[in-house]
Design a protein around this ligand. Structure first.
Ligand code: ZN
Length: 139
């Protein structure tokens, strides 16, 4: 069994920017010496998260609308009083979504549905340079 850790820089626009990172993760697995195992994708930072979605234009509007209901941008957050950085909504959304996602792979290929892409969502209220961690464990 081996463990391989790769870092992938991703520039985002913030404001619930949804970025398809499926190919990036797939490349890490393909370029590794591991055939079978699990891949964990993690984003460092408390205003972004990772999930899967069908990456199509309708859902790319639906998902931000849903987040706007869970944690609206235009209400008062205690966090904003603490730091005055105005991104309380982003922390709440990121906490609900989670910072990592794990997927099994077999014969160098992730076992994903045909319409299931892995996405990074950046909720922060400014463009960010994120560093994704892809750690694969397998043989
Ligand atoms: Zn903050």
């Amino acid at each position: 069994m081996s463990v391989i850790t790769e870092f992938i820089p991703v520039a985002t626009r913030g404001y619930t920017d949804i970025i398809d990172i499926t190919q990036n993760v797939s490349d890490v697995i393909k370029n590794s010496s591991l055939k079978n195992g699990i891949a964990t994708i993690f984003v460092s930072g408390s205003t972004a998260g990772i999930t899967t979605i069908e990456y199509e234009s309708g859902l790319l509007e639906d998902l931000p609308q849903a987040f706007e209901k869970f944690a609206p941008m235009n209400i008062q957050y205690h966090h904003d009083r603490t730091w005055s950085d105005g991104n309380g909504y982003a922390h709440v959304r990121a906490a609900l979504l989670g910072a990592s996602f794990t997927v099994p792979f077999k014969d160098n290929k992730m076992i994903l549905g045909t319409w299931q892409q892995i996405v990074l969502i950046d909720f922060d209220n400014r463009p960010r340079k994120r560093e994704l961690v892809v750690q694969i464990i397998g043989e």
